[in-house]
Each structure stands twice: as structure tokens, then as C-alpha cells.
Design a protein around this ligand. Structure first.
Ligand code: NAD
Length: 506
């Protein structure tokens, strides 16, 4: 299976290429060809020292975000590569505001797609209600195209790389929720999730760095936020019982933007804390106060998950960029701010399932040690993960009151392959499963993250942005919460007179 990787950024280099090299070694992947903008179109070396490889990268010209269709010249360039390289699958790993046209092009060509999260996003999503709501509409557009593609070729697949669905700890949480729901008929009744990036963007970097930044009117929720929009409904669904299906969400978001961050920690504070910052920073305090239209830095979300007009679960989802970091100097890490540079991840989830079960999942780790040889890991260490399982042992159901599962307990053997409880191992698993399905080695039923199963994450993300955007558009005045339909599948659309209701998630 020859693979086309659209977008050769840090994520592709760090995650996709090692996974694809491993897949080449096991015969799952053939050649790998990249596509990127001309300034980033040099061939890329990948693989291991004993098996180095080279990925040619085809250059395309940039085009405005929020297009549904690729410009003719880009499409022709892709068609040529598909033909010449006999491409059989496409990985869409560009900046997310251009995911949609690449994904629609590939689906239209009946090329299976591994689509990186988030599905889509639009400039000004946090300030323009129409741009926010387009995120939900994009899902419908993608799903319609996918359904039509499966009608043409039943083996067609679009898998979304939101890797927590392959992560052993997150799978274990899902199983534990399902077990208790089965025994008690009790849904998840509340969930508190939080993610901290552990980055520190200095005032001038807020303006100058586009990479996973805030300049385009979206931020944290579109960067790592999608993982939470995905995993929370995925867990809630494990406890949906007949008559207790979730059908609506009510969402209220509060956020900080770069101008708020600069009130928390002013340019003068930065000058005092970081020698040399005043000399480097070309912006005056007035310039920095004019960061209008920038996206969210931190975003906290309150959600009521409803069924037939009743609230079954309350959710609080805290997605924060400005969190404890180990950055101590002026220089962003080589290659931007994706990894390194003192970045420390903190993730935690507390799930309550009525009076029966509480689950506490904590992942406290740095994502990467800095390249200067100094190990700045402070929170937990490289492999920290802990899942506390509390169960009501007073009921006589044979439950243990408290168990703690660590790294080794959570390591999972998937079809003879070890999946570690780390994001990297889970990402690799997502790539391997995608290729294994295409090679006929696993059935569709084992695909963990089919596009058809992403309506809820897309709607949660759209609702979060709509809430932020309405407040911004209303001059910062408090707004009523956003209420959206939350059924797991949209109504089937008819193509060629055939009802496609059966083409939902596996
Ligand atoms: N699953 C995860 O944990 C994870 C981690 C990081 C990133 N991601 C996702 O992967 C994707 C890529 O991430 P990244 O950090 O490398 O981002 P990035 O912003 O660096 O984008 C990747 C590449 O896309 C290219 N690009 C931009 N516009 C393009 C266009 N019109 N045509 C072709 N190429 C274009 C850029 O030049 C860049 O090299 C994003 O969607 C991101 O959300 C996922």
C-alpha cells in the first residue's frame, strides 16, 4: 500500500514517519510520498540508522483556508502523484484549516484516509459564530462524502487519528465504565477532564509564531482540545443504556485570549523575569493590547449532557495552555514549540458513575527532554500514568474498593503487538490499524475511530467555539448557553435512491 502524506510538519516527522517505517518493515506499507507547501517541500530522511529512507515531497501552492475544494493546480499535482506512485491511501496531516478540501478530494477519489484531528477548523472560529458552526457542518459534509464513497466501494474507510481511542489506559477506563453500567444501569453522572500544555509563549511569540498559535482566531480547543471532545463522549457512550441515550448538549465556554494572558503576566513582568526579552521584543505594550481577533489560550467548558430533556451527566472540561512549564529562557525550541522547550503535559480525568464507581486517571509527564541535555522533567517523569479505580464494595457485587493501575498494568497486548500506555505508542497503533484494515488483516468492526463515529466530538468542538464566538460578537456580554443536538449519528442521506442508514460506525 503506497501512502501519500499530505502535510510534512513536526507531527508527520515525529509520529507518522516512524510508524510508516515500522509498517514498511512488516510489509503493511510500500512507498511513502509527501506533499507540502513549496517552502517545506525538501525530501525528508526517516527510518532507523540501519535502515535509512527518504521521502520525496511534492510542492503545492498555498490556498485560502475554509475552501471545500482544492484549487485546480493542487488537485492536478496530487492526481499526478497518485498515478505515478500508485498511491493507495492518504494521510491528511496538514494544518487543520485545510483538512477539509484534502480529505474531500481523497474520499472523492475513493482513496482511504487517515485524517488527523481536529477534523476541521476555520479562521475566526472563536470570534465569528458562523465560522464556529461551520465545524459541525463540515462533519456532515465529510460524512455524506464518506457514505457516497462506501456506496461506491464498501471497503472504503476514513479513520480519524485521535489516538486516545487506542491508548490502553483510555480503553481500560471505557471498559470499566461499561462494566458498571451493565451491572447497575447507571450512566456516567459527571466527569471532570483537564489538560495542560505546559507551554509558555512569550508576548512577541504570541504575535509572531503561527505554529499551534492563536493568530488565526482559534487556539487551544483546536489544538489538543479535540482529544477531549473525542474521548469524553466516547466514555459516556460506554454507559448509554436503553432509554438513557444522550441526545442534546448544553454548553457554556469561558476563555482567556492573548490580551488576557498579557494582563496576567505583562510585558514588563516578562522583562523582569527573562533577561534579554526587552531587547528582543519589537512590540510596545500598546501593540500587544491590540491583539484583537486572536483565539483562545485557555478554555474552560461546562457541559450538560442530556437525554430526553433530563441531564444525565455534567461535564467540566478544562483545556489550558498557560500551565506549569519548565521553560526558563528566551529561545523557542528548535523546530518551534511542538516538543521540548520546557513543555510539560498534565492530563487528568475524574469520572463519577453515580454511587458505584469513581475513576481517576492522571498522566503527568513531559513530552520531551530538551535538546540541550538538561532533563527538565518535573511532573511525574517520562512514563507517569496512574489509574485509580474506586468501586462500591458495600453492595455485595464482589467489587474491590480501590485498585491502582500503573504503566505495566496498563500495557496492552493488541493482536500480539505491545501497545504502551503512551500517546506515541497509541498513535503508532492508529497508523498500523488503518494499514492492517486495508491489507485485510483486521475487520472493519475492529477499527476504533471511524469518521462516522465523530459526530459528537465535532459538535462539542463547534459548541465550544460557538459559545466563545457569541460572547465575543456580543461585545463580551454573557450569552445564553449553546444547545445542540448530540445524537451519535446524523440522519442518513440518500444517494442514488438508496437509504444508507446502515453505513454508520462499525
Ligand atoms: N494526534 C496528535 O497527537 C497530534 C499531534 C500533533 C499534531 N496533530 C495534528 O496533525 C496535523 C499536523 O500537525 P503539525 O503539528 O505538523 O502542524 P503544522 O501546522 O506544522 O502543519 C503541518 C504541515 O502542513 C503544511 N501545510 C499547511 N497548509 C498546507 C496546504 N494548503 N497544503 C499542503 N500542506 C500544507 C505546513 O507547511 C506544515 O508543514 C494537524 O492537524 C494537527 O492538529 C496531531
Amino acid at each position: 500500500m503506497n501512502v501519500l502524506v499530505v502535510g510534512v510538519g513536526p507531527h508527520t516527522r515525529l509520529n507518522h514517519l516512524p510508524a510508516l517505517a515500522a509498517a514498511q518493515d512488516t510489509g503493511l506499507a510500500g512507498t511513502v510520498t509527501g506533499v507540502d507547501l513549496s517552502h517545506n517541500a525538501a525530501a525528508v530522511e526517516y527510518g532507523t540508522p540501519d535502515r535509512p529512507r527518504r521521502m520525496p515531497v511534492v510542492a503545492v501552492e498555498p490556498f485560502p483556508a475554509s475552501r471545500r475544494e482544492l484549487p485546480g493546480a493542487v488537485r492536478r499535482a496530487l492526481e499526478t502523484v497518485v498515478e505515478q506512485e500508485r498511491i493507495g491511501a492518504v494521510v491528511v496531516a496538514t494544518e487543520p484549516s485545510v483538512h477539509l478540501p484534502y480529505a474531500l478530494w481523497a474520499i472523492g477519489r475513493n482513496l482511504p484516509v487517515l485524517l488527523d484531528k481536529p477534523l476541521t477548523v476555520h479562521p475566526a472560529a472563536s470570534t465569528d459564530p458562523a465560522a464556529a458552526m461551520a465545524i459541525a457542518d463540515d462533519f456532515d459534509t465529510l460524512l455524506d462524502a464518506y457514505r457516497a464513497g462506501r456506496q461506491r466501494d464498501p471497503r472504503m474507510v476514513v479513520s480519524v487519528l485521535s489516538q486516545r481511542r487506542w491508548h490502553p489506559a483510555f480503553r481500560r477506563v471505557r471498559e470499566l465504565i461499561g462494566e458498571v453500567a451493565e451491572a447497575t444501569n447507571c450512566p456516567v453522572t459527571s466527569i471532570q477532564s483537564s489538560h495542560g500544555d505546559g507551554q509558555w509563549r512569550l508576548p512577541d511569540e504570541l504575535v509572531d509564531l503561527g505554529y499551534h498559535g492563536f493568530r488565526d482566531g482559534y487556539g487551544k480547543a483546536a489544538h489538543s482540545g479535540y482529544h477531549h471532545f473525542d474521548i469524553v463522549p466516547w466514555w459516556l457512550a460506554a454507559a448509554e443504556r436503553p432509554g438513557k441515550e444522550l441526545d442534546e448538549i448544553e454548553v457554556h465556554a469561558a476563555c482567556t485570549r492573548p490580551s488576557d494572558f498579557l494582563a496576567q503576566l505583562t510585558a514588563a513582568d516578562h522583562e523582569r523575569l527573562l533577561p534579554g526579552f526587552a531587547d528582543r521584543n519589537p512590540y510596545t505594550a500598546q501593540d500587544l493590547h491590540r491583539l484583537a481577533g486572536f483565539g483562545e489560550v485557555d478554555m474552560f467548558l461546562n457541559v450538560a449532557y442530556r437525554s430526553h430533556g433530563r441531564t444525565l451527566a455534567l461535564g467540566s472540561h478544562s483545556l489550558a495552555h498557560t500551565t506549569f512549564s519548565q521553560r526558563g529562557d528566551l529561545h523557542p525550541a528548535l523546530g518551534g514549540l511542538y516538543k521540548g522547550n520546557g513543555r510539560i503535559g498534565q492530563e487528568s480525568h475524574m469520572v463519577q458513575q453515580g454511587p458505584f464507581q469513581a475513576l481517576h486517571l492522571h498522566v503527568l509527564q513531559t513530552l520531551h527532554a530538551d535538546g540541550d541535555g538538561v532533563d527538565r522533567r518535573a511532573a511525574g517523569g517520562a512514563d507517569h500514568i496512574e489509574l485509580h479505580v474506586f468501586r462500591n464494595d458495600g453492595l455485595g457485587l464482589g467489587w474491590e474498593r480501590h485498585r491502582v493501575l500503573g504503566f505495566d498494568d496498563l500495557t496492552w497486548d493488541s493482536r500480539g503487538e505491545v501497545v504502551l500506555p503512551t500517546q506515541r505508542s497509541a498513535r503508532t497503533c492508529a497508523v498500523t490499524d488503518f494499514l492492517s484494515y486495508l491489507a485485510g488483516r483486521i475487520p472493519r468492526a475492529e477499527m476504533a475511530s471511524d469518521l462516522a463515529d465523530h459526530r459528537r466530538p465535532a459538535r462539542l468542538m463547534a459548541a465550544a467555539y460557538l459559545s466563545m464566538a457569541r460572547r465575543e460578537a456580543g461585545g463580551g456580554q454573557p450569552c445564553p448557553p449553546v444547545v445542540l443536538d448530540f445524537h451519535p449519528a446524523s440522519a442518513p442521506v440518500s444517494h442514488g435512491g438508496k437509504a444508507l442508514a446502515t453505513l454508520g460506525a462499525a
